[in-house]
Design a protein around this ligand. Structure first.
Ligand SMILES: CC(C)(COP(=O)(O)OP(=O)(O)OC[C@H]1O[C@@H](n2cnc3c(N)ncnc32)[C@H](O)[C@@H]1OP(=O)(O)O)[C@@H](O)C(=O)NCCC(=O)NCCS
Length: 168
């Protein structure tokens, strides 16, 4: 793809990255049908993210001189997590997410990371497909939980693991 570059985040990217964080939140609001996810000002969560001591990067993707994607790594010794990866909604399905994920994998490798994880919510099938294609083919911990406020959310059926069905 022409005119696509990946570079380290700069202070001048703050507004663009807050917007990307809002779009990341919007994705979760959409798939769960819950507009309360992320609170009143989800863009501010990016500012909190920048304070994370484990953060390496983040990196942004520029397409025709505009910031269209954000990705980072949380590194703890020889383990790291991809967090987050988000592409502007109007720029998705052009291979940008895949390019960014490949870049993050390479940055992790350069830092001696031996195990690289990513933790999408189970309902985010689109993101999971993208990560799977990029080589995330092992399953580590699985988060099991109970919804104690029943009726708030409609859970989907159809994920089976070790012969047991789970809602997600
Ligand atoms: C998940 C996400 C980062 C993927 O980014 P993306 O830029 O759309 O990803 P890609 O374009 O690389 O791949 C996605 C699709 O484009 C296709 N594609 C890949 N390279 C392509 C290319 N050069 N040209 C056209 N299409 C391409 C892929 O086959 C894939 O198609 P499909 O999913 O319809 O089968 C993006 O959907 C996103 O920001 N989602 C919201 C935030 C989110 O959920 N993040 C993950 C949280 S863990």
């Amino acid at each position: 793809m022409r005119d696509v570059t990946i570079r380290e985040y700069r202070d001048t990217d703050l507004d663009a990255c807050r917007h990307l964080w809002r779009e990341l939140t919007q994705r979760h609001r959409d798939i769960y049908g819950d507009s309360s996810i992320g609170g009143d000002d989800p863009g501010r969560l990016f500012d909190e993210y920048l304070e994370n001591l484990a953060l390496v990067g983040p990196w942004v993707v520029e397409w025709d001189s505009a910031v269209v994607a954000l990705g980072g790594l949380l590194v703890e010794g020889s383990q790291a997590e991809v967090e987050p990866v988000v592409v502007l909604s109007r720029c998705r399905s052009h291979g940008i997410g895949t390019r960014l994920i490949e870049h993050l994998i390479e940055e992790a490798r350069r830092r001696g990371v031996r195990s690289l994880s990513v933790r999408p919510v189970a309902r985010n099938a689109e993101a999971m497909a993208c990560f799977r294609r990029a080589g995330f083919s092992f399953l580590g911990h699985v988060e099991m939980f109970q919804d104690l406020v029943r009726g708030d959310r409609k859970w989907k059926r159809g994920i089976t693991l070790h012969g047991e069905e789970y809602r997600y």
